[in-house]
Design a protein around this ligand. Structure first.
Ligand code: RBV
Length: 422
C-alpha cells in the first residue's frame, strides 16, 4: 500500500512527461546505477525517507532507490518548490509522497512527521529540517538504532549539522553529500548560477548594463556572479570572508559592504546561507533604489528579510507568478521574487537534470555505502569517501563520451614521493 498526500492525483500524466525528460538527461543515476541496483538490490529491507525538493530529478532518485530494493518516503524540503504533477506521478510508481505546493509551515512539518512515522533507516535531508525533527520528536528512532545513517544535500543543512556536531548534539552518522566535489562544483555553481535565469524570467529584465549585487562568494554566488557578468551586468559582490572577498576582487568584480552597494543595485541576489543579508531595518530599506529586484537563491527565506519587508510595505501586489511588487510608504516600488524563497527552485523547475544527475548519483551510492557499512558507522559528520566522489565523476565523463588520462606507475610514484627534485 502506498501512503501519500499530494495536491491532485490527476496530475500524474503530466508528471510522467516531466520524469521522462529528466530520465534522458540523468544517465549516471539511471542507466548505470539503477541498472546495477535492479540486479544487486543493495537496499533491500531498507526504508529511506527523503526531505527534498519534489522535482522530476528527485523522482529519478526515488526510482533508483526503489529499484535498489528500498521502500521510499518523500516530503518536500521547501513549501514552494514541490511540483504537484511530479508528486502525483511518483505516487503511481509506488513512492510514498507527502508534499504539495504552497503548504503552510504546520503542514510542512506534518509531512516530515508522516515520513518519520514510517521508521526510516536512512534519512536524506535538504536543509536539515527532517533530521533535526527526528532528533527532537522521534529520538527513539535514533536510540534504538532504526536510523543507521543520514545524508545532507545542501550547504545550509551541512552548516546546521556542523554546529550540531560541534556541540555534541548530532546523534547519527551524517554524510555531507553537499561537500563532495561532484556535488558542489556543479550543482551549486552551475545550477545556482543558471538559476539567475529564473530571476530574469520572473521580471523579464535585461541584465546588460544593470548593476547586479551578489551577496556571498561561495560556490553558489560565484556561479551567479559569473553568469550575471556573462549577461553584461556590472557585478558587485558583498562578502564577510576576507579570502572570498579577495577572490571576487581579483576576478574583476566590485567588492564593498552591503550598505554601500544597496543604493546602486538594480538587482540583488543572495546565496549566503546567513540571515538578514539585507539588514531588516527601515534605514536600509530606504537605501534601496526604486524598481530594484530582490531575489534569494539560498535555502531559507531570511537572507532577503521577507517578513520585515512585508511589514514595511504599505501595499503588496502580485505582478506575475511568484513575483510581488512591494510599495513602500514613500511610494517606492521594489520587486520580491518567490516570497524570498529559493528563486532558482520556485520560479523555475530547480537545477537542471544534468547536474542533479551527479548530486543524486552520490546520494544513491551513499545510501548503499551506509547499508554496507552500517555496523561500523559512528554518530557525527564524516566526509563522503573520495573514491565514491571520483567514481561519480568518471561515470559522468563516461556518459558524456569524454576520456581522460590515467597516471603511469612512474608518474604515480613521482607525485606520491619526495625523492625526485631538481
Ligand atoms: N536542488 N534540487 C534540485 N532539480 O531537484 N534543484 C536544486 C532539483 C537542490 C540542490 O542540490 C541544492 O543544494 C538544494 O536544492 C538547495 O535547497
Amino acid at each position: 500500500m502506498v501512503n501519500y498526500k499530494v495536491a491532485d492525483e490527476k496530475l500524474a500524466e503530466k508528471g510522467k512527461e516531466a520524469l521522462y525528460i529528466a530520465e534522458s538527461k540523468m544517465p549516471v543515476i539511471g542507466d548505470v546505477i539503477r541498472k546495477r541496483f535492479s540486479v544487486e538490490k543493495p537496499l533491500i529491507g531498507i526504508t529511506i525517507a527523503g526531505c527534498l525538493h519534489i522535482t522530476k530529478e528527485t523522482g529519478i532518485l526515488a526510482r533508483t532507490l526503489k529499484a535498489g530494493g528500498a521502500e521510499v518516503y518523500l516530503c518536500g524540503s521547501n513549501p514552494l518548490s514541490t511540483q504537484d504533477d511530479v508528486a502525483a506521478a511518483m505516487v503511481q510508481e509506488g513512492i510514498n509522497v507527502f508534499a504539495w505546493h504552497g503548504n503552510t509551515d504546520e503542514e510542512f512539518y506534518w509531512c516530515i512527521r508522516e515520513c518519520l512515522k514510517a521508521n526510516p533507516n536512512i534519512l536524506i535531508d535538504d536543509g536539515a529540517d527532517m533530521i533535526v525533527t527526528a532528533h527532537n520528536e522521534f529520538p527513539e528512532l535514533i536510540e534504538n538504532g532504526t536510523i543507521i545513517g543520514c545524508q545532507e544535500e545542501t550547504t545550509t543543512g551541512v552548516k546546521r549539522f556542523r554546529a550540531m556536531d560541534n556541540s555534541g548534539a548530532l546523534k547519527v552518522p551524517l554524510f555531507p553529500v553537499n561537500d563532495a566535489r561532484c556535488k558542489n562544483q556543479f550543482d551549486n555553481e552551475l545550477g545556482t548560477g543558471q538559476g539567475i535565469v529564473s530571476a530574469i524570467y520572473g521580471m523579464h529584465v535585461l541584465f546588460a548594463g544593470k548593476t547586479v549585487v551578489i551577496a556571498g562568494f561561495g560556490h553558489c554566488s560565484s556561479g551567479m556572479a559569473l553568469r550575471a557578468q556573462g549577461l553584461g551586468a556590472n557585478v558587485t559582490v558583498t562578502e564577510v570572508d576576507p579570502i572570498k572577498a579577495l577572490q571576487a576582487k581579483f576576478t574583476g568584480y566590485n567588492v564593498m559592504p552591503i550598505k554601500e552597494a544597496l543604493p546602486h543595485a538594480d538587482i540583488i541576489l543572495t546565496a549566503t546561507g546567513c540571515k538578514h543579508v539585507i539588514p531588516p531595518t527601515k534605514e536600509m530599506f530606504e537605501l534601496l533604489k526604486g524598481g530594484v529586484i530582490l531575489g534569494n537563491l539560498g535555502h531559507f527565506d531570511i537572507e532577503v528579510p521577507t517578513k520585515e519587508l512585508y511589514e514595511y510595505a504599505k501595499e503588496i501586489n502580485p505582478v506575475r507568478k511568484d513575483v510581488e511588487e512591494l510599495i513602500f510608504p514613500d511610494g517606492k516600488k521594489v520587486y520580491l521574487l518567490a516570497k524570498g524563497r529559493l528563486a532558482n527552485l520556485v520560479l523555475s523547475e530547480g537545477h537542471p537534470s544534468e547536474v542533479m544527475d551527479m548530486s543524486f548519483a552520490l546520494q544513491s551510492l551513499m545510501s548503499e555505502y551506509i547499508v554496507k557499512n552500517r555496523d561500523s558507522l559512528k554518530a557525527g559528520m564524516v566526509d563522503v569517501p573520495v573514491e565514491i566522489d571520483n567514481q561519480v565523476g568518471l561515470l559522468k565523463l563516461n556518459a558524456m563520451g569524454v576520456k581522460i588520462d590515467t597516471l603511469t606507475k612512474e608518474q604515480y610514484n613521482y607525485i606520491h614521493g619526495y625523492e625526485e627534485g631538481t
